[in-house]
Design a protein around this ligand. Sequence first.
Ligand SMILES: [Zn+2]
Length: 97
Amino acid sequence: MPNYRFRCQAGCEFDALYAMAEVPRETKCRVCDGTATRLVSAPHLSGAGTAAYGLIDRAAQSAHEPQVVTGLPTSSAGPPKRQPVTHNPLHAKLPRP
Ligand SMILES: [Zn+2]
């Protein structure tokens, strides 16, 4: 149901929910009981591209396409890395760090 903005003659502004087929041009002001007319405003059609929308997309994707884990996660204090060993005799002539 769309949200419509109204302003009365005294300057009060408020929002009201109406069905699109039933929205009146004028209604009673909720603040001062005067006559409020409907304002023309831009519709809020889409939130695509916002951070909230991205979060919803990622949550839906993880539900349908979960990431496949092939091994245990590595900890920062895991086993030390081994130096690669070469058996090429030409590599023995290269300078060492
Ligand atoms: Zn008012």
